[in-house]
Design a protein around this ligand. Structure first.
Ligand SMILES: Nc1nc2c(ncn2[C@@H]2O[C@H](COP(=O)(O)OP(=O)(O)OP(=O)(O)O)[C@@H](O)[C@H]2O)c(=O)[nH]1
Ligand SMILES: [Mg+2]
Length: 223
C-alpha cells in the first residue's frame, strides 16, 4: 500500500496556533507512539498512562500467522487492531504538560490509520526492536514522508543484543537531527524520558522551521 504523501497538520502550526493556556494550566499535546509489529507500543502507553489505557487488542490467530511474524516475540498472543490511548500529566516539566498518547497498530497494512492518528500531533516516538529491525523502516519512512518530528526509542528487550544508538542510527539511515535513545517500554520513568525528549525535539524542529522562514498555514485541530 503506498504511503500517503500529504502532510498532516503542521507541527509548527500546532505549537503556534494553540490558544495560549490559562496561567498555570498545562499545554496539551498529542503524541503518536509508533513502531513495528510487537515493538512495545501498547506496553509503553500502559507504562506511563495515569488513566486506565484504552486498548483495542485482539488475539492473534492462525490466519494472521503469515502476515504477523512472531520471530523473536513468540510469547505474544494479542495485537492492536485500532489504537491505544493514554494520558500523562507532567506538571513539573519546564513547561507544565498534559500529553495525550495514541499508540498505533504495528502492521503497515494499517497505514491509513497511522495517518489519521498523526493528525494534529506534535511528534511521534518510533519504538524499535533491534531483533526485528526491518519492521522499523516503514514507520520511520512514514514520519519522514509526512514531515512529523520523531525520535527513535530502542526498546531493549531482555536477552537482545545491546547496540549503540549510533549503530541503530546508521542501520536505519537516520539523519543526525533525529534523536536516538534507549528505553525499557515497561518502565514508567524511561518512557516519560522518551516523551520529554520528543517534546524537546518537536520544539527545536519548530524553531528550525521558523528560522528558515516557514509560515505555518494550518490550524490546530483533531487532537
Ligand atoms: N522483555 C521485554 N518485553 C517487552 C518490552 N516491551 C514489550 N514487551 C513485551 O513484548 C510483547 C509485545 O508488546 P506490545 O506492547 O503488545 O507491542 P506492540 O508494539 O503494541 O504490538 P502490536 O500492537 O501488535 O504491534 C508483550 O508481550 C510485552 O509484554 C520490553 O521492554 N522488554
Ligand atoms: Mg499494540
Amino acid at each position: 500500500m503506498p504511503l500517503p504523501t500529504a502532510r498532516p497538520d503542521d507541527p509548527a502550526a500546532v505549537l503556534h496556533s494553540s490558544p495560549p493556556p490559562r496561567a498555570g494550566a498545562p499545554t496539551v499535546l498529542k503524541i503518536v507512539i509508533a513502531g513495528g509489529f510487537g515493538a512495545g507500543k501498547t506496553t509503553a502507553v500502559g507504562a506511563v498512562s495515569e488513566i486506565t489505557p484504552l486498548s483495542t487488542e485482539e488475539y492473534l490467530t492462525e490466519a494472521s500467522a503469515d502476515v504477523d511474524s512472531l520471530a523473536g516475540i513468540e510469547a505474544k498472543v494479542t495485537t492492536t487492531v485500532a489504537f491505544d490511548f493514554g494520558r500523562l500529566s507532567l506538571p513539573d516539566a519546564p513547561m507544565p504538560l498534559e500529553l495525550f498518547l495514541f499508540g498505533t497498530p504495528g502492521e503497515d497494512r494499517f497505514v491509513d490509520l497511522w495517518y489519521d492518528l498523526s493528525r494534529g500531533a506534535v511528534g511521534a516516538v518510533v519504538l524499535v526492536d533491534t531483533r526485528r529491525l526491518e519492521s522499523s523502516f516503514t514507520p520511520v519512512s512514514f514520519f519522514e514522508d509526512i514531515g512529523l518530528p520523531f525520535v527513535v526509542a530502542v526498546n531493549q528487550f531482555d536477552g537482545a543484543h545491546r547496540y549503540h544508538p549510533e549503530q541503530v542510527r546508521a542501520a536505519l539511515e537516520l539523519p543526525a537531527a533525529v534523536p536516538v535513545v534507549t528505553c525499557d517500554a515497561r518502565d514508567t520513568n524511561h518512557v516519560a524520558g522518551v516523551l520529554l525528549a520528543l517534546v524537546d525535539h518537536a520544539v527545536n524542529s519548530v524553531a528550525t522551521i521558523n528560522r528558515a522562514g516557514h509560515a505555518p498555514s494550518t490550524t490546530f485541530q483533531d487532537a
